[in-house]
Design a protein around this ligand. Structure first.
Ligand code: HEM
Length: 398
């Protein structure tokens, strides 16, 4: 490949997989645009990066998330996603306490209720945008419940989370967008602080109260760390799960036999969810920075290089998944990297799987087919996250 691949070009955005296959074949670790990042496209090198935070660190990303025009701190950079050992381990141990099996057990009946009432509200034999009617409100309700936020705020979550994710990509001349992003961060921070204050006064049986109680070797989370974690949960748990659910519906459209099979064998729903995650991972790339000069996959990366691990590519790597470009829920369960790997492995993976399973169970209990709607589908413009921002469908009861 002569010219550098541009991950933001319309052709790559439309269908990145043939470009990724070419990278894996000819230049598995090589510079791409934007920003001359070093793209890692094969499974083996991706594991090396994700397993070695001492060589490929995460804190370098904090500067990208706090551009000068912001004029304030970005609460999300006080979260574990942007931390490295030993600070990451200390904080992860504290927050994992609150994010455990009993937190999930508490949530399960609520998730089932949310899913059932959303499915009930879908039109019988009518057209609807699957994303706004189901794939977005389900995780929004779950995150709202998890964080104890007022349900009247749910409609703002998507804007908050979008604005937070777009901080690093706002053009310096787009003052209107900058004002909007600042306002979203202010609102988010304000509401998270209110919830914390409320739970301090009146602890409940919920995750925020657990977080306030959490202690490891006498240490507690600071106010900034608490706010940072809550903000990370909102942005990390919303769009990702939304894209997973929307992709599942897209598979039902493209491969109608799959839906009928899952209705006949609901125990296969978890395997189906794993294959949707592998085939079209909601987080398409994650970034690290080198702490020193490093040799990787035949390339020499300088100190301070930005490294983009292309999760969308490594999940299709033929060395790991022989039929990588085909959707096949019977594909033997080799580990996909959709939830990352190593110390930053997604803390919400079990929650996301649970939401997807309960959501699909409710959907399949009522509908016997999902067909493409009249309007065209739309894809998210983000580079990090790949997924549908709208998916018009026609649902048929059966
Ligand atoms: C980290 C994917 C849902 C919370 C991550 C990472 C990935 C990921 C790839 C690692 C990023 C890196 O290494 O740089 C996903 C996907 C989801 C999902 C695909 C849904 C399908 C959730 C949910 C939550 C959540 C529902 C919580 C409500 C987190 C947190 C981290 C994380 C807290 C940071 C962990 C750390 O840095 O130690 N996620 N996620 N995620 N995710 Fe998720």
């Amino acid at each position: 490949m002569s010219a550098r691949l541009n991950l933001l070009s319309p052709e790559v955005r439309a269908n990145p997989y043939p470009f990724f296959a070419e990278l894996r074949r000819t230049a598995p670790v090589s510079q791409v645009e934007p920003a001359g990042m070093w793209a890692v496209s094969r499974y083996a090198e991706a594991l090396t990066v994700l397993k070695n935070p001492q060589l490929f660190f995460s804190a370098g990303m904090a500067a990208l998330m706090t551009p000068p025009w912001l004029g304030r701190g970005n609460p999300s950079v006080n979260s574990i996603l942007f931390m490295d050992p030993p600070q990451h381990g200390r904080l992860r141990a504290l927050v994992s306490r609150a994010f455990n099996a009993s937190a999930l057990n508490r949530l399960e009946p609520r998730i089932r209720d949310f899913a059932t009432s959303l499915v009930k509200a879908l039109p019988a034999d009518g057209g609807v945008d699957f994303v706004s009617a189901f794939a977005l409100p389900l995780p929004a309700s779950v995150i709202g419940e998890l964080l104890g936020l007022d349900p009247s705020l749910h409609s703002r979550f998507k804007r908050w989370s979008n604005d937070l994710v777009s901080v690093s990509a706002v053009p310096p001349e787009d003052v209107a967008m900058q004002t909007r992003v600042r306002q979203s961060l202010d609102e988010m921070e304000h509401h998270m602080k209110e919830v914390l204050e409320d739970r301090r006064r009146q602890p409940r049986e919920d995750m925020v109260s657990d977080l306030l109680r959490a202690q490891v070797e006498g240490e507690r989370l600071t106010e900034e760390e608490l706010v940072g974690f809550l903000v990370l949960l909102l942005s990390g748990g919303l769009e990702t799960t939304m894209h997973l659910l929307a992709q599942a519906a897209r598979v039902f459209i493209e491969e109608p036999g799959v839906l009928a099979r899952l209705r006949a064998e609901p125990s296969r729903i978890p395997a189906f969810i794993e294959e949707v995650l592998r085939y079209e991972p909601p987080i398409h790339l994650t970034i690290r920075q080198t702490t020193q000069e490093v040799e990787l996959g035949g390339a020499r990366l300088p100190k301070g290089a930005l490294v983009a691990v292309l999760l969308g590519s490594v999940n299709h790597d033929e060395a790991q998944f022989p039929q990588g470009d085909r959707f096949d829920m019977d594909q033997p369960g080799t580990q996909n990297l959709s939830f990352g790997h190593g110390i930053h492995f997604c803390l919400g993976a079990q929650l996301a799987r649970l939401e997807a399973r309960l959501g699909l169970e409710a959907l399949l209990a009522r509908f016997g087919s999902v067909e493409r709607g009249e309007a065209p589908e739309e894809w998210s413009p983000s580079m990090m996250v790949r997924g549908l921002s709208s998916l018009p469908v026609r649902l048929r009861e059966g």
